[in-house]
Design a protein around this ligand. Structure first.
Ligand SMILES: Nc1ncnc2c1ncn2[C@@H]1O[C@H](COP(=O)(O)OP(=O)(O)OP(=O)(O)O)[C@@H](O)[C@H]1O
Ligand SMILES: [Mg+2]
Length: 312
């Protein structure tokens, strides 16, 4: 926001003329909003031109950026306020000010006190529309003979991340897997097939199992398995029981336990740090992200060429 105001300042000074002193009070830290910069430029220019028109004999125009945080009780006390963090742009002038009756009507389209051919009365209507589109607020303080302050509030956002390995959502990008073999144990064949297909599309080698005992047997027979994905509710050995058995022979094997039940219902003991719980149904890429993160620092066990074993 500071950069936007700074870069607009030259144009403002040119529009305003020399008998008006323009100053800009910069924020102490960078302030971020999610906004259409052209529209915000328009808002600022409209406010500055109105200020100029209110100071035919010269005066001061002050632009100021700051922040404000409003609580629910603020918004109960003053209905125009929404709770939250805001970036505040104040545009103040030492001009004519406005009477209460003028103040009541300034946002009306075509309301103008400027003579024919001087004002359309659309400036502030447009300003208000833009601010509303940005889920912001606008407030005016003015008294005849004492100048005017318009305050525009735009919802504050975090600094956008510019680290190249992070997307807008703060996630590391998903990369295809190379030379990774997963055991997938799931008794519901539809779920198993679709999960396996998704993982294979992403480059994983998948060995399927339809129950917990088969999962344990496959892990014991295949030293190249990099991680196990175990459904918790399966006939015979549950995913939990299978995981506890696997832990004895493969204590460092990353394991994802999946279930439609809440994690709290399943087991009271905390998971080992290289195990994860994944609640079903999970969003499309949640499993891929989890696996990528779990395997990030572990070298692949071995490149594979063997075909996947069918479920027993
Ligand atoms: N800074 C200000 N000081 C005093 N009066 C103001 C100020 N800003 C707005 N007004 C009043 O609000 C009215 C409406 O403003 P608005 O910007 O919507 O239209 P306008 O300035 O009259 O026309 P246009 O924007 O098309 O030039 C103005 O005519 C003026 O009476
Ligand atoms: Mg105007």
């Amino acid at each position: 926001m500071g950069a936007l105001v700074s870069s607009l300042l030259k144009m403002v000074r040119r529009l305003i003329g020399e008998n008006i002193n323009v100053s800009y009070v910069e924020p102490e830290t960078p302030l971020w909003v999610m906004a259409d910069s052209n529209q915000i430029d328009q808002v600022i220019l409209n406010l500055c031109i109105n200020a100029r028109d209110a100071m035919p004999d010269g005066g001061k125009l002050i632009l100021e950026l700051s922040t404000a945080t409003f609580t629910d009780s603020d918004s109960r006390a003053r209905p125009w306020i929404r709770a939250g963090d805001f970036v505040v742009l104040a545009v103040s002038d030492t001009g004519t000010g406005m009477s209460p009756t003028t103040l009541q009507r300034i946002f009306e389209p075509f309301f103008t006190t400027k003579g024919q051919g001087h004002g359309t009365g659309l400036g502030l209507a447009v300003v208000q529309g833009v601010i509303q589109q940005h889920l912001g607020m606008i407030n005016v303080y003015s008294e005849p003979g004492h100048g005017t302050t318009f305050r525009v509030y735009l919802p504050a956002t975090e600094k956008p991340s510019d680290e190249p390995h992070h997307t807008a959502h703060g996630h590391a990008p998903l990369l295809p897997a190379h030379h990774r073999t997963l055991l997938l144990a799931e008794d519901d064949s539809n779920v198993r097939l679709t999960t396996a297909a998704q993982l294979r599309r992403f480059g994983y080698e998948i060995i399927e199992a339809a129950d917990g005992q088969t999962a344990v047997d496959i892990i014991r027979a295949n030293p190249r398995i990099d991680a196990a994905l175990l459904d918790i509710v399966m006939p015979g050995l549950s995913g939990w029981e299978a995981a506890r058995i696997i832990q004895h022979t493969h204590p460092m094997l990353p394991i994802v336990l999946c279930s439609g039940y809440s994690a709290q219902l399943m087991d009271s003991s905390p998971l080992p740090s290289h195990w994860r719980y994944l609640a079903k149904p999970y969003p499309g890429d949640a499993l891929l992200r989890m696996l990528q993160e779990m395997l990030a620092d572990i070298p692949p066990k071995a490149p594979t060429s063997a075909p996947s074993a069918p479920p027993s």
